[in-house]
Every structure is written in structure tokens, then in C-alpha cells.
Design a protein around this ligand. Structure first.
Ligand SMILES: Cc1cc2nc3c(=O)[nH]c(=O)nc-3n(C[C@H](O)[C@H](O)[C@H](O)COP(=O)(O)OP(=O)(O)OC[C@H]3O[C@@H](n4cnc5c(N)ncnc54)[C@H](O)[C@@H]3O)c2cc1C
Length: 453
């Protein structure tokens, strides 16, 4: 039997694509290589409490994530009023509000103490963007901001913010792909003036599900009307007279699955390998997209062992210039009411480690990653007690790096794929790594597959 559509990859992109395709009456099969669906959305038990060990929030100011939750009849929750911190110049400080590092208010930036007096003076004396940068189609976020506001603001604000989302480096990541608003502002005039004029909103920035984002994959699957096979790695994709043939399963016992259409919802590397035979141009472009590996270390402490002041913070970021091992910590117990409600006597927090090009940080045992996390938390957050439990989740090659020129690269990939009837791609490699952007890319793939028929 040939399926109407086979979706390769059971992360959030693949599951949403499968659900939407099934809703049009098509017979849809998801082939997921690992033993479980969800990809980077995942929960695990720490000290008997089930918490997220992958993505833990979604942007609420884009419609796709919260909209999907509403479609699924799922309640969403927002972070508490706890504020974010930044470890800079030897202290844990208030993270000043900014548009990817460009401050909304210079006085608040000054009061935070994040920058040295010299760094602050350089930022305040905003200079014009160099003509080369203005003439370029794209530029790195770091080069763009440094050319206007100086290096220190990049090192101490832009780096940790981009490190949190992409696990990447500011001077490599594309402004056109990651913060197009900033590039447009730079072309129009002063960054400081335009960012200061952005209307402030009281709407919550982030959302999650009570119980965590790890619940989302099962909710999308439930009643979605599509079939899922796990432990079914797809190894080859080939055009047939009427559609596509996929080779799936273990190399020792492969299975051929036929479909009229295929949606590849896999990361850039596997997608490049699958497209290799049929769409060589797109495969070569995808193979150029590098990926960063990261790890999330979740720690559970007795509530009495955690300083009271930390309950006021949702966590903190650490700029690479500080040369610590962790790049961020999320105080899940303070950030999410649902985590605090799990057990009043246990507090759960997590650290994240790993930036693009710094894989050496992750070359340690799980105990080693817990140890370095504890050392940094001791210095930066004053937590010196031993955790009652810990969990280490490694995410190898998990975050695609949007290098300068990414937007054009994606346009070329999509144009090449669109030449193939019944083929589409989606996922974190294309239009944004955040959950709403990934859902958006899945819907775009569904539109292209259904339109082509
Ligand atoms: C630690 C971490 C924290 C994050 N935090 C946030 C956050 O708080 N908020 C946010 O918005 N985003 C966050 N992100 C990013 C976001 O979670 C991901 O970009 C998004 O979930 C990716 O979804 P996806 O479906 O594109 O890919 P994936 O989740 O990677 O799913 C792809 C699936 O394809 C499968 N697969 C791969 N190759 C094959 C093959 N050959 N055959 C069959 N199956 C295959 C994989 O096993 C996987 O299940 C985070 C990412 C990480 C790593």
C-alpha cells in the first residue's frame, strides 16, 4: 500500500505537519528514527518530579505555538513575575530589557552595571553603521551591533542572548535570519532611538503547558488521525513513477515504504543525506548548515538549601567573555508555578552548557557536567548544598546555526525542493529554531504538498 503522505521525523515539526495533513483526509504515516516522538521536546523524572529536559517555553507573542495549544484544547501557562539575571563583571545583575542586546533604556542599562563605564559610554555614543555593512545583504548580529554600539555590548549582552537561543556566536549568526528588525532599523537610522520607541507591551512574552512543553508531542499525536512508527530511521529516499519510495528501519532488516508525497521534518544533516540522490543542490546547501551541541543539567535541591533571593529570579545568562562553563541557568522552581506546585520541599533548576565550536565543554562524564554546574552555581547563585538528584540530557548537533546568508540559502533549498512534485521540507533548519517558527515551517510544508497535487 502507498501512503498519501509519509512524514519523516516525529519532532514537533513532523507531528504538526502530520496532524494537519491527516485533517485534510489523507492517510499519513510518521517515521521516527528514535524510540520516542517529540525530538527536542522531552520530559524526564528528577527527584520523582516530571520536568522538561529539552525546550521549556515557547514565545507567546507569535501566534503559532499558543494557537496550536488552543486548537488542541490545552491550557497554557506563563512564567511568574520573577526577573531574569545576567552574570557580568563579577556579579549577578538585572538583565536589562533589550532587542537582542540593543537596550530599550540606556539609564536602566547603566543602573544594571552590566557594562563597564567605558562600554556604556561607547554604546551611548552610537556611531553610524559602516557603508560596507549597510551595503551587504546580510551581516552577523555581532558585527552589526558592534559597528554601532561597540564591542562590549556584543560581548556582554548580545552573546548571552544569542547563546541562549541558538547556542551560537554573535559574530557568526545572521542578522537577516535571527533579528531582521534590527537590520531594518540599522538601515533606517539610530538603533538606540528606534528600539527606545518600540511600544512596551504587558502581554506575556513566553508560555508553556502546565506539566511542561514535553507534553506537547503526545497532545499533537492524540486524536491526530495519523499513524506513527518509532525506531524507524529513514535511510534513503528515491523517486518512483508515481511518487516516492523510502527505505526505513534497521540496515539488517530494511523496509520499503511508498508514498505519493513526502515531508522531511528532520534536522539539516539527515535531510541533506536523504535528499542527496534526488535533489543534490538542496542537499549540498543543507550540508553546509552547521549545528551546535548542548546539554541540559537538571538539579533538584531541598528547598531549605536554596537562598531565598533566588525565588525572585527566573534564572540568569552568562556571557562567554566571563569564561565560566555554564552559559545559563533556569530556576524552573521560580519561573514556573506548575514546577513549584509539584513539591513545595524540592526545588528544581537547570543549567545549560555548550556553544557552537565549544564541544570540548561537553566532553565530560555526566557526573563531570553536574560538578561544573554546581561549581558555577556556587559562585554565581550561592547554591552550595549537594543536589538530592540530577539528570543530564545531551543534545548532540541540536541547534542549527543560521550563518550569514542563511535566508538566501533557505530560499535556494526551498526552490530546489519545490521542483520535485510531492516533496517538502520543514523544521528548525529553515525559518527559526523556536517552537512557533518550527510550527510555522510545518504548515508551510503542508501547504506546498497539498497545493502541488
Ligand atoms: C536544549 C534545547 C532547549 C531548547 N529550548 C527551547 C525553548 O525553550 N523554546 C523554544 O521555542 N525552542 C527551544 N529549543 C528549540 C526547539 O526545541 C527545536 O528547534 C524544535 O523542537 C525542533 O523541532 P523539529 O521538529 O524541527 O526537530 P527535532 O525536534 O529535532 O525533531 C526531528 C526528529 O527527526 C528524527 N530523525 C532524524 N533523522 C531521522 C531519520 N533519518 N529518519 C527518521 N527520523 C529521523 C529525530 O529523531 C527527531 O525526533 C530548544 C532546543 C534545545 C536543544
Amino acid at each position: 500500500m502507498a501512503w498519501d503522505v509519509v512524514v519523516v521525523g516525529g519532532g514537533v515539526a513532523g507531528l504538526v505537519a502530520a496532524r494537519d495533513l491527516a485533517a485534510t483526509g489523507r492517510d499519513v504515516l510518521v517515521l521516527e528514527g528514535s524510540p520516542r516522538i517529540g525530538g527536542k521536546l522531552r520530559s524526564a523524572e528528577v527527584a520523582g518530579l516530571t520536568v522538561d529536559v529539552g525546550a521549556e517555553a515557547m514565545l507567546a507573542r507569535r501566534p503559532e505555538g499558543v494557537g496550536l495549544a488552543a486548537e488542541l484544547g490545552a491550557e497554557v501557562v506563563h512564567p511568574t513575575a520573577a526577573t531574569s539575571g545576567l552574570w557580568s563583571r563579577g556579579s549577578l545583575r538585572e538583565l536589562p530589557r533589550s532587542l537582542m542586546g540593543v537596550p530599550f533604556d540606556l539609564d536602566r542599562l547603566a543602573a544594571s552595571g552590566v557594562l563597564s563605564p567605558e562600554g556604556l559610554a561607547r554604546a551611548a555614543a552610537e556611531t553610524a553603521t559602516s557603508p560596507e555593512i549597510l551595503a551587504a545583504d546580510d551581516v552577523s548580529v555581532g558585527d552589526l551591533v558592534a559597528s554601532r554600539l561597540g564591542d562590549e555590548i556584543v560581548d556582554r549582552l548580545v552573546e548571552p542572548l544569542l547563546g541562549g537561543v541558538y547556542a551560537g556566536r554573535a559574530r557568526r549568526i545572521s542578522a537577516a535570519a535571527a533579528v531582521p528588525q534590527l537590520l531594518a532599523m540599522a538601515r533606517r537610522g539610530s538603533l538606540l532611538e528606534q528600539v527606545a520607541a518600540v511600544p512596551t507591551s504587558t502581554a506575556p512574552v513566553f508560555a508553556s503547558l502546565p506539566g511542561g512543553m514535553g507534553r506537547l508531542p503526545a497532545l499533537v499525536r492524540e486524536g491526530g488521525g495519523f499513524e506513527v512508527r518509532t525506531s524507524a530511521t529513514v535511510r534513503a529516499l528515491r523517486r518512483t513513477t508515481n511518487g516516492w519510495a523510502l527505505t526505513a528501519g534497521p540496515t539488517t532488516d530494511p523496509e520499503t515504504v511508498e508514498a505519493d508525497a513526502v515531508v522531511l521534518a528532520t534536522p539539516a544533516g539527515p535531510t541533506a543525506r536523504l535528499l542527496g540522490e534526488e535533489v543534490g543542490g538542496a542537499a549540498a546547501e543543507l550540508a553546509e548548515i552547521e549545528a551546535a551541541s548542548v546539554a541540559v543539567v537538571t538539579l533538584a535541591f531541598r528547598a531549605q538549601d536554596v537562598p531565598d533571593a533566588l525565588f525572585e529570579r527566573s534564572g540568569f545568562l552568562v556571557p562567554p567573555v566571563e569564561q565560566r562553563t555554564i552559559k545559563a541557568s533556569t530556576f524552573s522552581f521560580a519561573k514556573w508555578g506548575w514546577v513549584r506546585d509539584l513539591d513545595a520541599d524540592v526545588v528544581v533548576l537547570r543549567t545549560s552548557l555548550g556553544r557552537h565550536g565549544e564541544e570540548v565543554t561537553l566532553q565530560a562524564t555526566d557526573e563531570g557536567l553536574v560538578r561544573v554546574s554546581m561549581a558555577d552555581l556556587g559562585t554565581m547563585a550561592g547554591i552550595t548544598a549537594r543536589p538530592v538528584d540530577s539528570h543530564v540530557q545531551r543534545w548532540g548537533g541540536a541547534l542549527p546555526q543560521y550563518a550569514v546568508g542563511h535566508v538566501d540559502r533557505v530560499a535556494r533549498i526551498r526552490a530546489a525542493v519545490a521542483q520535485q512534485r510531492g516533496l517538502a521540507v520543514c523544521g528548525a533548519a529553515y525559518d527559526g529554531v523556536g517552537i512557533p517558527a518550527v510550527i510555522g515551517s510545518a504548515r508551510r510544508a503542508v501547504a506546498s504538498v497539498t497545493r502541488a497535487e
